[in-house]
Design a protein around this ligand. Structure first.
Ligand SMILES: Nc1ncnc2c1ncn2[C@@H]1O[C@H](COP(=O)(O)OP(=O)(O)O)[C@@H](O)[C@H]1O
Ligand SMILES: [Mg+2]
Length: 339
């Protein structure tokens, strides 16, 4: 591909921010939209040029959609809904250039590969218990393939892990049993610029998860009516971290960039997120990564306290992606940022 004329994404997650940013950088914008979401996206025709109807979120791979996108010289910007709706195989098959390394999604979608990548990054990760018998503290049990915090449970003893697995009809071998780290959740939003050869931190947030975050509203006398906490993301809260923590935050980000280069060449292109908990001893423990734009960046559609350290203009993650595509085009480097 030598010229990018438009930027496309599917109607979900961070699409508004991505397309708004693409428009600011002078691209034509396209949203791939199921019928029941047209009412939302058609409110923003000030920056959405084209609404391409699709049958469902997974329909992006249809011959018709692919033909339309290629006709428009489009690059797809993937977000969290891509893996969820199109799936890793669908994404591999998708015959349209994608911004970023599409193979990284395979690693993101697999609990075991995900942890391997984090370990290789040299970041601190939660202790993993190989079998239920080893459990000697509060743990979170994550089923393979579970997503969006659904299907996880907490337990404190080997017996509890085994009996809860049994009642769910799964074997502990299919799960990751991880120390439940106590502290403040922190999600670090990075951008790895291949063109500028630098790692940028563009924002931080805390995910608000129901009901685990809502539980603090339950008065103590009623606490015995609580059931298993759930981790469904319902929103994001902005966060600025203690400046001294940034030393580690950048080390972690650079560790991840190196690990991705080794394990999934050419490595991470553009946005990624490290997701963890800061303990009271100020150690940051990372339990997950996202190898693409995260929805927490929607907070900073007009720039963040961190983006202003790099840019003298409002720079959302969506706009930063479009800027990178523009710069790659100018430097004849499109093949380095698209896969
Ligand atoms: N090791 C851990 N310690 C503390 N909290 C955790 C840990 N792992 C996960 N969580 C909580 O569970 C949520 C969902 O887990 P995560 O690994 O991010 O899975 P998902 O793929 O569903 O997003 C996290 O956002 C966090 O609130
Ligand atoms: Mg998560």
């Amino acid at each position: 591909m030598r010229e990018v004329r438009s930027i496309a994404t599917i109607a979900s997650h961070s699409a508004l921010q991505i397309l708004r940013g693409a428009k600011s950088e002078g691209f034509k914008t396209i949203v791939l939209c199921p019928r029941d979401r047209v009412s939302l996206y058609s409110r923003f025709l000030n920056f959405i040029d084209d609404i391409v109807l699709i049958d469902g979120m997974g329909d992006v791979c249809s011959d018709e959609a692919i033909r339309r996108l290629n006709e428009e010289g489009a690059v797809i910007v993937p977000h969290g809904s891509f893996v969820e709706y199109i799936g890793v195989e669908g994404l591999e098959r998708l015959d349209v250039p994608i911004f970023g390394n599409r193979r990284l999604m395979i690693w993101e979608a697999d609990q075991f590969l995900k942890m391997r990548m984090l370990e290789r990054s040299g970041v601190k990760v939660p202790r993993v218990f190989r079998s239920p018998e080893e459990v000697d503290r509060l743990v979170i049990v994550k089923m393979h393939g579970a997503k969006g915090g659904r299907g996880y449970f907490l337990a404190r003893s080997p017996e509890e892990v085994i009996s809860k697995c049994k009642s769910l009809g799964i074997s502990p071998d299919e799960c990751i049993i991880q120390e439940f780290v106590i502290g403040t959740p922190m999600y670090f939003q990075y951008f790895n610029s291949v063109v500028m050869k630098r790692l940028e931190l563009l924002g931080c947030d805390i995910r608000y998860e129901s009901d685990v975050d809502g539980l603090r509203r339950v008065p103590v006398p009623y606490a015995d009516s609580l059931s298993e906490p759930t981790f469904t993301v319902v929103g994001n809260i902005p966060l600025v971290v203690r400046e001294s923590l940034l030393v580690k935050v950048f080390e972690y980000g650079e560790g991840f960039v190196r690990a991705a280069e080794e394990l999934v060449p050419p490595g991470v292109i553009g946005p990624f997120c490290l997701e963890g908990v800061c303990r009271s001893d100020l150690e940051i423990v990372i339990f997950e990564f996202s190898g693409r734009i995260v929805a927490g960046t929607n907070l900073y559609i007009n720039g963040s306290p961190y983006s202003w350290l790099y840019f003298d203009e409002p720079m959302s993650m969506g706009r930063r992606i479009a800027r990178e595509i523009r710069m790659a085009e100018e430097h004849g480097m499109l093949d380095k940022v698209l896969t």
